[in-house]
Design a protein around this ligand. Structure first.
Ligand SMILES: O=P(O)(O)OC[C@H]1O[C@](O)(CO)[C@@H](O)[C@@H]1O
Length: 449
């Protein structure tokens, strides 16, 4: 039940156990809708205006006129957000349009008129990216255009030194399997998971589309104290002792984070801990830096043509994984729906079934974490499994740097201590979680959420 009342917004932080919403003025959702979203849209418009010549040359004679219409649509969206207009329904009868309109209708029932600042934050934020996509996909010259591509490429290029460092590290770990012991595998897998966790700090929607120098560090020991939940050993046990040929990684950001994802996947294959890795990507440009199929393929191609031989060899190795179907890239529209994951089983049963065949599903990043947790402001000591509210297609884990004011699975007193040091500690990405949940087999007569 979303707790927002259209006619009033409260100058408070989000109360416990209610949906995050811009309705609470001291919430990160309010700050994001009021300050971050308009800036993201302004940067998008500026980038389009700056590259209009190049676009017209590349996309043909109608592109110039269509670009004006697109900029008009995005400017209109920005105005709607800034003046807290009701969310317009998404035209069309495709499943994704229906998912958005169903979410808008549910919010209308729960809390009256559905505006950007009064509805559940997850809907408001996903809706913005859906409307951006609609602006482009409804113009023939732009239906395959990636409007965030330049930032994703810039982010990838900027992290080359880190990628070389990490490649040397990975090669050292995978170069020799003969001396492996369970202890050495646990140590090295844990180290790679933590490097992967901190790779999540590099996300462009937090930096509002501006590519910053990569704060990610390979020497992750300095961040050890900032990991607030560490289930690496439980995750390793699943990978090391369980059966099941595949694991699934629900990807988040392109660039350095994707590179660290592929390094973890490479380690699992090289050490023969798993046979197949399935990567789940978005079907269109999403939250500025989220990975699409094209981003995945582009990264491998870029590595293969690198001036650095280590990167080039890695790219060639990873291309072979793809060609041999050891690595598979999967798209599904559900990943760009506004619904929380607890609705996956009914809204995307095919995807839920695919995940249920996995030995372990790894969810990356903050947006996936919000969807796992049902976009609710849990008491931070609420067990992670409980906050999943029954979503558990398989054993799963979340690797997330904390960028939003919702969290679960903390020890008593931790959230309070951190809030005393910095009231905005949950918005910085400076703290991380590596949380695991067993596949809970429901009792026969237990009702599902
Ligand atoms: O790339 P990630 O880790 O999902 O983080 C992106 C998301 O984090 C937030 O800043 C907070 O959830 C969102 O506004 C943003 O889109």
């Amino acid at each position: 039940m979303c707790d927002c009342d259209y006619n009033r917004s409260l100058d408070i932080a989000t109360p416990r156990n209610v949906y995050l919403s811009g309705y609470y003025k001291r919430s990160f959702g309010y700050y994001s809708i009021k300050h971050r979203e308009p800036v993201i849209l302004t940067h998008l418009i500026d980038n389009l205006v700056r590259s209009k010549e190049e676009i017209a040359n590349k996309l043909g004679p109608n592109a110039a006129e269509e670009l004006k219409e697109i900029i008009g649509d995005i400017s209109k969206l920005k105005y709607e957000i800034q003046t807290n207009k009701p969310l317009e329904k998404i035209p069309g009868t495709d499943l994704e349009a229906m998912a958005y309109n169903q979410c808008i209708d549910k919010c209308a029932v729960d809390c009256g008129n559905v505006t950007h600042f009064s509805c559940i934050w997850l809907l408001a934020e996903c809706y913005m990216y859906k409307r951006i996509k609609e602006a482009f996909i409804t113009r023939p010259s732009f239906k395959d255009y990636d409007y965030f591509l330049s930032q994703k490429k810039e982010g990838f290029d900027m992290c080359k030194p880190l990628r070389i460092q990490l490649t040397k590290h990975l090669n050292a770990l995978t170069g020799d399997n003969d001396s492996d012991t369970k202890g050495s595998l646990l140590r090295d897998f844990t180290n790679l998971l933590k490097i992967n966790l901190w790779g999540n700090k590099c996300d462009l929607s937090l930096s509002l589309g501006v590519v910053e120098s990569q704060q990610a560090e390979l020497d992750i020991s300095i961040f050890e104290d900032n990991i607030l939940a560490d289930d690496c050993e439980k995750i390793f046990d699943v990978v090391y002792t369980e059966t099941g040929t595949q694991i699934d990684i629900v990807l988040d950001n392109a660039g350095y984070e994707l590179f660290t994802d592929l390094c973890v996947a490479d380690y699992l294959i090289s050490k023969k801990l798993i046979d197949i890795v399935k990567f789940h990507v978005k079907s269109y440009p999403w939250f500025i830096s989220d990975v699409t199929k094209k981003d995945f393929d582009w990264m491998i191609k870029e590595l293969m043509s690198s001036s650095d031989n280590l990167l080039k060899d890695l790219g060639n190795k990873w291309l072979v994984y793809k060609h041999k179907q050891v690595w598979k890239v999967e798209e599904h529209d559900f990943w760009t729906y506004p619904q929380e994951f607890v609705h996956m089983k009914t809204m995307a049963p095919d995807l839920y079934q695919m995940l249920s065949e996995s030995r372990l599903v790894i969810f990356k990043g903050d947006l996936n974490y919000r969807k796992l947790m049902g976009e609710k402001n849990w008491d931070p000591v609420t067990p992670f499994e409980e906050a999943l509210q029954g979503f558990n297609p398989a054993k799963l884990c979340a690797l997330r740097t904390v960028k939003a004011d919702l969290i679960s699975g903390l020890k008593e007193g931790v959230a309070e201590q951190l809030a005393e040091k910095d009231s905005k500690w949950m918005e910085t990405g400076n703290y991380g979680l590596i949380q695991f949940s067993e596949k809970i087999v429901p009792l026969e007569n237990e009702t599902k959420v």
